[in-house]
Design a protein around this ligand. Sequence first.
Ligand SMILES: Cc1cc2nc3c(=O)[nH]c(=O)nc-3n(C[C@H](O)[C@H](O)[C@H](O)COP(=O)(O)OP(=O)(O)OC[C@H]3O[C@@H](n4cnc5c(N)ncnc54)[C@H](O)[C@@H]3O)c2cc1C
Length: 320
Amino acid sequence: MPTTEEARARLAAIPGLTVTTCTPLSGYTRFGIGGPADIYAETGSVEAFAAAMAAARASGVPTVVIGGGTNLIVSDRGFRGIVLRYRADRLAAEGRLVRAEAGAVLQDLVDFTIERGLQGLETLAGIPGSVGAALYGNAGAYGHSISERVACVRFFDGEAVRAVGNRECEFRYRESVFKRQKEWIVLSAELAMEAGDAAGLRQVAGEILRVRNEKFPVTMKCAGSVFKNLLFAELPAAAAAQVPPSAVREGKVAAAWFLEQAGAKGMRRGDIHVADYHANLIYNGGAGTAADLGALIGELKARVRARFGLELEEEVQYVG
Ligand SMILES: Cc1cc2nc3c(=O)[nH]c(=O)nc-3n(C[C@H](O)[C@H](O)[C@H](O)COP(=O)(O)OP(=O)(O)OC[C@H]3O[C@@H](n4cnc5c(N)ncnc54)[C@H](O)[C@@H]3O)c2cc1C
């Protein structure tokens, strides 16, 4: 039987890895919710991170990798296992090729490219979190996603560091191979950018940021949209028949549209609330719990299922 104490001892022996025990995960999630991790370890060194992954694997103790915690729902009981975070955050440019380490803040990458007059990431301005998780979930906004720029991704496959090209990443809407291969942890990416005008790009990003900050105030304890939007072509016929053409954009229907018809706006459970201006935005008023959050998400799914015969799928990721 693997023991947490054995795992802690193995991790503590790795140079460059910071290890703590019984670490409250509420401090590592934007929801501000989550009980303790048995072990929490982080590093900015690729060698230490690979060694930590290998040690965690060898110990047999359940392990999860997190980024900035902006898309996570962590259980109130926390996580019985090891939580790892890779914090390497270097950004570098060579002509139109940009290299970004997974621990870099996505907004820093966006700013870095704009400053250099490199076009292609400006519509991702204001998406919180890290570059690694953005690749994992193919983050995007305003009709674009990070996958459009990816030339290759370096990752740790559980045993060795490997690289894959864009096609092998199997990017789709909020999907990638890294979501299915849970052992594959993104270390860095090379992004192929286009030449642009820095002032113009700054203006586009600035306007997007302004709109986003109104919708998602920076202090709001939330995960952005909780549910994925839906492809119109994949809707059950009965649901598709109820969607007005004006609700279809770029082939997708916002999950918020279905939620709104189901009366989601303003719903609450304990101190967990659905925003009264956006049916796909759930936030913690300050004293919320993962139990209430899970119950509210379950109720929203049940309402949409009953009304449209449709299963909403969470964009947020669960830990514990
Ligand atoms: C206010 C707000 C607005 C948002 N708006 C958008 C939006 O417009 N578009 C959008 O796409 N998202 C949006 N999001 C969601 C969130 O920003 C993204 O999902 C982001 O990519 C999560 O980054 P993170 O570093 O916080 O990841 P975390 O929340 O820490 O983790 C998310 C997932 O990524 C995995 N992961 C983390 N690092 C790695 C790695 N190195 N390798 C492999 N897997 C990894 C984790 O295991 C976890 O499953 C929004 C969130 C908030 C709070």
